[in-house]
Design a binder for this molecule. Structure first.
Ligand SMILES: NC(=O)c1ccc[n+]([C@@H]2O[C@H](COP(=O)([O-])OP(=O)(O)OC[C@H]3O[C@@H](n4cnc5c(N)ncnc54)[C@H](OP(=O)(O)O)[C@@H]3O)[C@@H](O)[C@H]2O)c1
Length: 286
């Protein structure tokens, strides 16, 4: 029986990245839908849950992606509302690579270290990757702040995290590198998760920091999100800090994403969201 993955993307065009990794993770065929929302996803879900018998349903799965976390979460909730009794399929939630990227980054940061009690600042943390990284760092016991250019946007992201995960994340308005430099004062961990190709911190700002221990950058499109971090850095030592670049933890991100897709086809009732994906990342890191 063919393994069918239904890729529901809240953006107009379903992400090619998620499509490729879906195949590499083991799907035999992917139905990719763009413009999916909480209102129109219902009939798509019905098609997935009513077509195969109980033993065969594990061969059908759903992947939720797209650039807007709130819309993605609303789609996930709508998908789950359609499930009942044995009429359900496994689901992975990974809007913009949020869970897999954040899990890979934080799993490496926490690998062989205790992050409890440390202060972590996620620069450009209002996007999908930054929000999920903030959650995972907080779950590791760090006191977390996220920065963004507008106070109301950052506060809204922190409020959403409080609702979904019950965690307190500090909202910091920091529209320039100078203000982001001030935001990392006293922090031991900084992780940049800003938009592709945007530099959020100058090299001297982290190099001269007396408190920073771990410096990581998720941005894989030049220039670096944090100046002076090498894309391939994976635990490199510089200026007394340990560095991680986007491709340094990106290998784990890709392997994790593929492994999650493979797991979807092992049972028909799996949900892979932040907590579950991070647990898998921790089992794979190193
Ligand atoms: N390494 C990997 O394996 C991997 C995998 C997936 C994604 N990524 C990378 O991870 C990063 C985060 O992804 P994402 O989808 O969460 O990003 P995103 O939503 O595109 O952007 C994150 C945040 O960047 C801020 N931003 C946008 N333009 C800016 C500007 N001109 N100056 C300063 N800040 C700006 C925005 O925050 P405010 O508007 O609140 O300021 C936005 O919420 C991206 O660089 C992406 O390419 C890496």
């Amino acid at each position: 029986m063919k393994k069918l993955l239904y890729q529901f993307d809240t953006d107009a065009l379903p992400a090619v990245f998620d499509n490729v990794v879906g195949y590499d993770g083991g799907a035999d065929h992917i139905g990719a839908y763009g413009g999916v929302n909480a209102k129109n996803v219902g009939t798509l879900v019905e098609g997935a849950i009513f077509t195969r018998g109980p033993k065969d349903k594990k061969n059908t799965a759903i992947f939720i992606g797209g650039g807007n976390m709130a819309e993605g979460q609303a789609v996930l909730a709508a998908v789950q509302r359609k499930f009942f009794a044995k009429f359900r399929v496994s689901v992975m939630f990974d809007c913009n690579g949020s869970n897999t990227t954040a899990s890979a980054a934080v799993a490496w940061l926490a690998h062989g270290r205790n992050l409890a009690g440390k202060r972590a600042v996620v620069l450009g943390g209002t996007g999908p990757v930054g929000q999920r990284a903030a959650v995972l760092l907080a779950r590791e016991g760090a006191a977390v702040a996220i920065t963004g250019r507008k106070r109301e946007v950052v506060q809204a992201a922190c409020d959403a995290l409080k609702v979904r995960f019950g965690i307190e994340v500090q909202a910091l308005e920091a529209p320039t590198n100078v203000e982001r430099g001030a935001a990392i004062q006293g922090a031991q961990i900084v992780l940049a998760t800003g938009a592709a190709g945007i530099t959020l911190l100058d090299a001297k700002q982290w190099q001269q920091s007396p408190s920073l221990e771990l410096v990581a950058d998720a941005n894989a499109s030049p220039p670096a999100g944090i100046e002076g971090i090498g894309m391939h850095d994976r635990g490199a030592a510089s200026h007394g800090k340990i560095l991680f670049g986007s491709l340094g933890f990106g290998a784990l991100k890709l392997a994790l994403h593929r492994a999650c897709i493979a797991r979807l086809f092992e049972q028909n009732d799996l949900l892979l969201d932040a907590e579950e994906i991070y647990a898998i990342a921790k089992s794979m890191v190193g």
